[in-house]
Every structure is written in structure tokens, then in C-alpha cells.
Design a protein around this ligand. Structure first.
Ligand code: HEM
Length: 448
């Protein structure tokens, strides 16, 4: 390929990482601020990935020349034992899994699940919320999000006891490898803290999932849930390789759906606490639209400000904050040569904070998503759900789940968040708030 060699700036990234050892996103934010949307290389010892933030470049990598940029390499390998070789892989195995799972995620099919989802969320809020008792926000949100998704998509095939084993195991699995994700040049042969915990978490997940697959395969699978669909699709492959493919898709789907939703919905509460005037508008809308009724899908089209709030939440705190890719062949992005074998790092978190595309980028302002306000915005300036062939399967689902859960809580309660200092993202493979963030839900008529 003819390449117009343009000089590419290198940012000394390792130095930045040592300044923010627990918060790699801050190191990346600093590097991206320096790059101002230009393509740069991050110097991390022998490893020098490209950082891609400009919407044109994102479009090129995720859409225009997508087959050249695969989910392989140093970042994906550490997570391999968790996500396996299915919907979160690439190439033929990914394409096969996507075609099996896609029909469960069309807007029409997801809308048909909406009323059931509203009922489940209402039941779970009633079951899990203890008013006026402080609780860990991430755990409280997970206790609603995990069973909602599991009941909706995995039917009765995964029990509450299973969920209670899966939730902590996933929690360990997605945080244990964080150090490897930011030190990708360290060989897997060199042990790092977290490796053992990761292996134990995978074992715990497999001990729950494989027996469920054996049971499900022994029965006729006619339902339209994820387990039934995967078992039907692997009907002719009854050996260990078929079981393995079902396991990989189940575990990847469970992780992709619950970890991301729970993380996004954990950010809601510190953001409301930090912006009382925005919170007042959200509360007013929920009171006016939902009142004291159980929240239902009929309310969703009228919760317009809440939807704007959720879009803005995903702009500043997109849970899938870093999407690495490996270039298979030589390419050129924005005039910069990308040699085959290079790692390219994309991040909606960074693109969403570019001054060239967002006014006052660090300010939380739902008005950016008011009807018509998006006109003229670059299509790839906002991509919390990814883009191109790998675009998130669950985005319609999340955009229903989020207002149902938030309005379901706010119709009864007001949050009081107990945070010491500024709430910052912490080290994990999704963009979680600092650990141990707590809040109390106060009945709305008793709130100050
Ligand atoms: C706030 C909520 C969510 C966010 C921010 C989010 C974000 C993303 C992103 C950025 C990707 C692209 C990954 C890549 O290109 O490598 C993705 C893929 C995916 N998401 Fe989501 N997601 C969310 C919720 C969900 C839910 C609720 C589900 C399922 C019910 C789901 C299922 C998936 C699947 C299966 C993929 C892989 C698609 C593919 O590669 O073909 N996600 N998601």
C-alpha cells in the first residue's frame, strides 16, 4: 500500500501511568488532551499503541476498514478465558454468534419484552431497597440489574442461587485483570497480582454455567431466551466443542449485558447528587409523569428529560471506555501509517471529551441531547455503544432499562449520596466509580 508517511507524535505514556497508577483513564485523558484529536502513539516501553480519538478516525477503524481491525492481541488475550470464542471474538466465530443472537435484540422484539421488564424491575426495587439504610451503590444497583437481565434473557434456566454465585465471580473477573490491561507488554508468563483471583473466578463461573448447559441440552429448547437459542443453534454439535461455544456466548452475553448496565446505572446517583438543579428537573418529570403508579412502558415516551440525562451520562461515563483493536494489514488513518500488527486503542470516553467536538466537554449538561440539539454533530462524536458491525446488541434494551430503573426508584425515594471528595472512575475493565460509594434512599415525602 502507498503510504504518505506523516510524522506521528509520541506521548510518553508510561510516565503518565506512574503518576495515575490506579486510574489509567486519567493518564489516557491527559494523553488525549495533549493530542487534541490527532492520532498519537503512546510510548509504553517496547509497546507503542496508537491512540485514536478523532470521530473521522473512529469511523475509519470501526466502520470503513473494520475487517482490518480485530479484537485480538495483548488487550483481549488476558480476558480470553472469560469471554472465549463467540460474540465477543472476531472473524467467523463472531459472525456465527452474532447471527444466532441478533434476532433477540431487534427493536421490535425488545419492545415486546418491555412490560415484563418493567414488572421485574418494580418487584426487585420493592424486594431489595431498604429505605433509610446506607448501602454500597454498585452492589445495590447490581442486585436489581443482574436478576432483571437474567430473568428476561436467560429465562428460568439460571436460578437466583446461580446469580448469587455469578455476580461476585464476574466482579472479580472484570477487575482482576485490570493491571494486565494497562501493562499489556508484560507477558502472561510473568505473574501479576490478580491472576490467581481471575483463574478462581473463571472456575466459579464455569461451575455454574456448564451444568446449566447440560440440563438445557437434555430438554427440548423452544423458548426465545438466550440459552434456548444457543442450544438450538448448536443442536448438531453435542460434544465438548459445542458446549464450549454455548458457554462462551452465554458468559460473554451475561458479562456484556450486566456489567455495562450496572456500571452506567451506578453513575446516576453521584451525578444527581453533584447537580442539584438537574436533579430537580429529573425529579419533577418523574413526579409529573409517573406519580405514585408503578413505572410502566407507557411512561417511557414522556420521560424525555430523563432520556436526555441518560444520554449525557453515557457521554461522560461510557462503561465500555476502552476498545483496543489489532491491525491485520498496513493501513493509513488520518495520514498516519499504521503498520500491520499494531495495536490501536479507541475510547468513547476520550472522543466524548474532545473540545473540538463538544462545547464545555467536562460539564454535565443533558441539554446537549434536547430534540434537535444533535443536528450538525459528527455521527462518530458520540458512540457509547460502539459502532460498525460490532455495535452493541443491547442498546435498545439499555435505553428502556435505564429510565425504568431510575424512575422506578425516584417515584418513591430521593437519594442521599455519601461521598468523600470527588467521585472518579476507578481501575476496572469497565468505567466504574471509585469503590465503596454509598447512598441512602429516603422516602420522597421525608426528603429535605
Ligand atoms: C450502558 C449499557 C451498555 C453499553 C455502554 C454498552 C457498550 C457496548 C460497546 C461499546 C460495545 C462494542 C464493543 C466492541 O466494539 O468491541 C458493545 C458490544 C456489545 N454489547 Fe453492549 N453495552 C451496553 C449494554 C448492553 C446490554 C444490556 C447488552 C445485552 C443485553 C449488551 C450486549 C452487547 C453485545 C452482545 C456486544 C457485542 C456485539 C458484537 O461484537 O457483535 N450490551 N456494547
Amino acid at each position: 500500500m502507498a503510504i504518505n508517511a506523516a510524522p506521528v507524535r509520541t506521548v510518553p505514556f508510561l510516565r503518565k501511568l506512574t503518576r495515575h497508577p490506579r486510574v489509567p483513564v486519567s493518564a489516557l485523558e491527559e494523553a488525549s488532551g495533549q493530542a487534541g484529536g490527532e492520532l498519537v502513539r503512546l510510548a509504553m516501553g517496547p509497546f507503542r499503541p496508537f491512540l485514536v480519538t478523532h470521530p473521522d478516525h473512529v469511523q475509519h477503524v470501526l466502520r470503513q476498514n473494520q475487517p482490518n481491525y480485530v479484537r485480538q492481541g495483548m488487550f483481549w488475550e488476558p480476558l480470553g478465558p472469560l469471554i472465549g470464542n463467540g460474540i465477543l471474538s472476531d472473524g467467523d466465530t463472531w459472525a456465527e454468534s452474532r447471527s444466532i443472537l441478533q434476532p433477540l435484540f431487534t427493536a421490535k422484539y425488545v419492545n415486546s419484552l418491555a412490560e415484563r421488564m418493567a414488572e421485574i424491575i418494580t418487584e426487585l426495587i420493592d424486594e431489595t431497597v431498604v429505605p433509610e439504610r446506607p448501602f454500597d451503590i454498585a452492589r445495590g444497583v447490581s442486585a436489581i440489574v443482574h436478576p432483571t437481565i437474567v430473568r428476561l434473557f436467560f429465562g428460568s434456566k439460571i436460578s437466583i442461587a446461580d446469580i448469587n454465585r455469578l455476580v461476585p465471580a464476574y466482579d472479580v473477573a472484570v477487575t482482576a485483570k485490570s493491571l494486565r490491561l494497562v501493562l499489556p507488554f508484560v507477558s502472561e508468563r510473568v505473574p501479576l497480582p490478580g491472576d490467581l483471583a481471575f483463574r478462581r473466578a473463571i472456575k466459579a463461573i464455569d461451575e455454574v454455567v456448564y451444568p446449566r448447559i447440560t440440563e438445557a441440552r437434555a430438554q427440548r429448547q423452544e423458548g426465545e431466551d438466550v440459552v434456548s437459542r444457543l442450544c438450538r443453534a448448536r443442536h448438531d454439535d453435542t460434544g465438548p466443542s459445542g458446549d464450549r461455544r454455548i458457554r462462551d456466548d452465554l458468559v460473554a452475553m451475561h458479562g456484556a449485558s450486566t456489567e455495562t448496565s450496572a456500571t452506567a446505572l451506578t453513575w446516576v446517583w453521584p451525578v444527581l447528587a453533584g447537580h442539584p438543579e438537574i436533579a430537580a428537573k429529573v425529579y419533577e418529570e418523574v413526579d409529573r409523569v409517573v406519580g405514585d403508579d408503578p413505572v410502566s412502558t407507557a411512561h417511557l415516551p414522556h420521560l424525555t428529560y430523563l432520556r436526555m440525562f441518560v444520554n449525557e451520562l453515557l457521554r461522560l461515563y461510557p462503561p465500555g471506555w476502552i476498545l483496543p483493536r489489532l491491525a491485520l494489514e498496513d493501513d493509513e488513518v488520518g495520514g498516519v501509517p499504521i503498520p500491520a500488527g499494531s495495536t490501536v486503542m479507541l475510547s468513547p470516553y476520550l472522543t466524548h471529551r474532545l473540545e473540538r467536538f463538544w462545547e464545555r466537554p467536562l460539564e454535565f449538561d443533558p441539554e446537549r441531547f434536547a430534540p434537535g440539539a444533535e443536528r450538525g454533530r459528527h455521527r462518530y462524536a458520540y458512540w457509547p455503544f460502539g459502532a460498525g458491525p460490532h455495535v452493541c446488541l443491547g442498546q435498545h434494551l439499555f435505553m428502556m432499562e435505564a429510565p425504568l430503573l431510575i424512575a422506578g426508584i425516584l417515584r418513591k425515594y430521593r437519594p442521599v449520596v455519601h461521598a468523600r471528595g470527588q467521585v472518579r472512575p476507578r481501575l476496572a475493565s469497565s468505567l466504574r466509580p471509585s469503590a465503596g460509594l454509598r447512598m441512602t434512599l429516603v422516602p420522597k415525602d421525608r426528603a429535605a
